[in-house]
Structures are given as C-alpha cells and as structure tokens.
Design a protein around this ligand. Structure first.
Ligand code: 5GP
Length: 113
C-alpha cells in the first residue's frame, strides 16, 4: 500500500509545522485551519479510521486523548477546545490515517455542520 500523507509527514519526507512529538504520536498544525488553533493529533501507527481500531490499539487511542490535553495545556488554551474525528468519507474524512482535530481560539457553535 502507498504511504499516507501523514506517514510522509511522520517520516519527515514532507514538511509540516510540528507542535509536539513522542514515540507514539505527532501533532501538527492543519494546513487549512478552521479556527485560530487547528491541530491534528496523529498516531504514528497507521490506523485508517477510528472504526478500524481494535483492542490492540486501546493504548494508542487513550494516548492520543492525553496528548490533546497536554498540548492544550502547553498552548494555554484555557481548557477550551474541541476534539473531532471524521470517520469515513461521508463524515468528512479525507486522509485515511486516523487523526484527531483539535480546534480552539474562537467560539465553537453546536451542533457542528
Ligand atoms: P480529514 O478531512 O481527513 O478529517 O482531515 C484531514 C486534514 O488534513 C484536513 O483538515 C486538511 O486541511 C489537513 N491536511 C491536508 N493536507 C495537509 C498537509 O499537507 N499538511 C497539513 N499540515 N495538513 C493537511
């Protein structure tokens, strides 16, 4: 299978604005931000979408949530942010390598579009 866009970013084959990185994950700025703060929290292990994850990925999934909280704290987001996972093309997923969107820096209305 060909490498996903995010694998190329993880391998540093293509550039990205990296905000945080550890052994399991990388956090980058979204290239088309939908809010003043728009980050992508990406596992280094390729899981195409959330519904493909299994019990083996339980630790990674939990880790991504904790990274979201850690990065939000580091960026002083005042405990105010939204996490979104688009699962499947009809839900807006365009890159099939699991990622969490972290949005912050403006009022976020509900329900989302
Ligand atoms: P999805 O639509 O799959 O939920 O989210 C994919 C996200 O990746 C989009 O918000 C899109 O703007 C972002 N994106 C697409 N290409 C690039 C890129 O080359 N670099 C970065 N940093 N983000 C990208």
């Amino acid at each position: 299978m060909s490498e996903t866009l995010f694998e190329k970013i993880i391998q540093k084959e293509i550039p990205a604005d990296i905000v945080y990185e550890d052994e399991l994950s990388i956090v980058i700025k979204d290239i088309h931000p939908q809010a003043p703060i728009h980050l992508l929290i990406i596992p280094k292990k390729v899981i195409p979408k959330l519904s493909d994850a299994s019990i083996e990925e339980q630790e990674i999934l939990g880790h991504l949530m904790l990274v979201a909280g850690k990065v939000a704290e580091q960026l002083n987001l005042d405990n105010t942010f939204r996490i979104i996972i688009n699962n499947g093309a009809k839900a807006g997923q365009s890159v099939f390598h699991l990622h969490l969107h972290l949005l912050s820096g403006r009022t976020l209305s509900w329900p989302p579009g």
